[in-house]
Structures are given as structure tokens and as C-alpha cells.
Design a protein around this ligand. Structure first.
Ligand SMILES: [Zn+2]
Ligand SMILES: [Zn+2]
Length: 307
């Protein structure tokens, strides 16, 4: 699970957007040889599945009404994703929900939309995708086309009555970005939370696009209250999690936040803070080659300093 390819799948999008502003490590992320990527399917019961490939975890509801997807990874993987789905159902993909705008979650939109799926996202996610269409820094492969845009957007919540389940799509206050949506499959007791939660890695906070460390901590409090003891939580990256994982992660994010806040209050520069390695005790648990200690310090420092 901590393989190099897996680590690279983390936060790929984010770093390629604004190299001048983003943590350098993220700008160095290399896309894989798509031919070698395999889609692994995890059955979560009640017709809900999680698909892992390269990029953000995909959620899928499968049943008589058709396939309902949460995120769609990268365009070069669409055929593989469809092949994995075809092993679960002969129905078409009818809806794709984007949890936020990053390419590792939305780059497959174009193909899915062309095949007839309705793309749904928060209002801000559509705005960010439109802005990304003209971003010179974004690699051409990752630049969304007009056909990749969500055609149905919402500002707060939208509920689907689909495949016998009640599916609530809820916009959360700014956390990973300012357009985050989570998807609750109420009857199946599964929640896809996008990149507002990573299982086993330091968080990525897209500060340029409204991301906020305090918002992320507040969301994790809400998530641990919302989840029951049996709830399966699909993170943006990492394996399926439970409530206790979220509680532990939130506690560690509070620790990180408080250490950075104390350094800011003491007048410590970001460079001096990074040099002091204040997260040495947490690195074994969370540091990866994409979001390392310096990266998370930089993002949290900037998120707190903005206030
Ligand atoms: Zn992601
Ligand atoms: Zn993301």
C-alpha cells in the first residue's frame, strides 16, 4: 500500500497547477505508463464498490438504475475503468459526481460525458475546471476540455434516489478546496469523502483554491460524528477507512496545526520551521514522496497565515 506508484498517485493534480506556488515536490510528480496501471475493485456491499487505479479512489453504485460514479480518475484510464465496471454490471454510467476539481478525480469526465453520463459537481468545482482550461502551467493532458465540464451543478446539497439507495451529495465548508462535495450512500452506510480525508498520508490543502486546514479539521469532526461504528469511508487516497481512523487522523492534524500556529506566533519563518523538522514523530506514519513534511508545513503555514 505504500508502494511508490501509490504514493505518486497522491495529489498529482494539485502540484502541476501552479508550480510557482505549490510545494516543489508536487510539481515533480510523474504520470505513470498508463498501460501498466491496473484497476482493483473492492466490494463494499449493497452494490457499492471502490475502484483503485491511478488517481483518486472511485466510488461506484451498481444496480438496476445504472451505474453511479464518484470521480473518474484520468482520461487514459477510462477504458480500463469501464472494463472493471463491465465486470460488475452491463448498465451504462448514468451519473458522475466530482468530489472536487483536481485532474486525478475529474480527468475522465470528457470520455464519461461523451458516453452519455451526466456530470454533477459543486458550483465552485465547475468554476475551477473552467479556470484550469486556460492554465498554461497545466500539462496538456490534464487540461480539461469544455466537454469535461459538469453540466449539473449545485450550491449546497442534492439527493439521488438511485439503485434502491438514498444518495446525499453534500457541499462541505472549505477544506481540501472550496468546492468539496462528499457523497453519502445512506442505506449502504458508505461515505465517499474525496480529498477532504487521506487515509495514511499527510493532507493536501489547495490553499490557492480555497483549501483551509481549520476547515479540514472541522470537517473531520463532522465526519466522525456522522459515521457510525460500521460506516465504511472511502478516502480520496488510501484504503477504505472507518470512524476510528478518522478520529486518529483528526487528532494528528490538530497536532500539526497547533505546532505550525505556535511557530507563527513565535515569529518563526517558514524556512526555519521546515529546517527544525517539527513533525519528525509523525513522518513515519504520514510522509510520502508527494506530500512530505516540508510540503505539509508549507501548506498549513500558508493556510494559517492567510487569516
Ligand atoms: Zn486527489
Ligand atoms: Zn485533490
Amino acid at each position: 500500500m505504500r508502494g511508490a506508484a501509490f504514493m505518486r498517485s497522491l495529489g498529482i493534480a494539485c502540484g502541476l497547477l501552479a508550480p510557482a506556488l505549490a510545494p516543489p515536490a508536487l510539481a515533480q510528480v510523474v504520470l505513470p505508463d498508463w498501460k501498466t496501471v491496473e484497476i482493483r475493485t473492492h466490494d463494499l456491499g449493497h452494490g457499492i464498490y471502490m475502484l483503485e487505479g491511478f488517481g483518486g479512489n472511485i466510488g461506484a453504485s451498481v444496480g438496476d438504475d445504472g451505474i453511479f460514479l464518484v470521480d473518474d480518475q484520468y482520461a487514459p484510464l477510462t477504458e480500463k475503468v469501464k472494463a472493471a465496471l463491465a465486470r460488475l454490471s452491463d448498465k451504462p454510467v448514468r451519473f458522475v459526481i466530482n468530489t472536487h476539481w483536481h485532474p486525478d478525480h475529474t480527468n475522465g469526465n470528457e470520455h464519461m460525458g461523451e458516453a452519455g453520463a451526466i456530470i454533477v459537481a459543486h458550483d465552485n468545482t465547475r468554476k475551477h475546471l473552467m479556470a484550469a482550461m486556460t492554465m498554461a502551467d497545466l500539462a496538456p493532458l490534464l487540461r480539461p476540455s469544455p466537454r469535461a465540464l459538469p453540466i449539473l451543478t449545485f450550491n449546497d446539497t442534492v439527493t439521488f434516489h438511485w439503485n434502491g439507495d438514498t444518495v446525499r451529495v453534500v457541499h462541505i465548508p472549505p477544506a481540501h478546496t472550496d468546492g468539496d462535495a462528499i457523497v453519502q450512500f445512506l442505506d449502504a452506510d458508505v461515505i465517499h469523502v474525496g480529498d477532504a480525508y487521506f487515509n495514511g498520508f499527510y493532507p493536501f490543502i489547495d490553499v490557492e483554491n480555497g483549501g483551509d486546514i481549520d476547515g479540514m479539521i472541522a470537517f473531520l469532526s463532522d465526519l466522525s460524528a456522522m459515521a457510525g461504528p460500521e460506516t465504511r469511508i472511502i478516502p480520496g487516497h488510501g484504503p477504505v477507512a472507518g470512524r476510528e481512523d478518522v478520529i486518529a487522523y483528526r487528532r494528528d492534524l490538530v497536532t500539526i496545526r497547533d505546532r505550525v500556529a505556535a511557530a507563527i506566533a513565535a515569529g518563526t519563518s517558514l524556512e526555519d520551521l521546515i529546517a527544525a523538522s517539527p513533525l519528525a514523530d509523525l513522518n513515519p506514519r504520514y510522509a510520502g514522496e508527494v506530500v512530505g513534511e516540508a510540503d505539509v508545513l508549507r501548506m498549513v503555514y500558508r493556510s494559517l497565515n492567510r487569516k
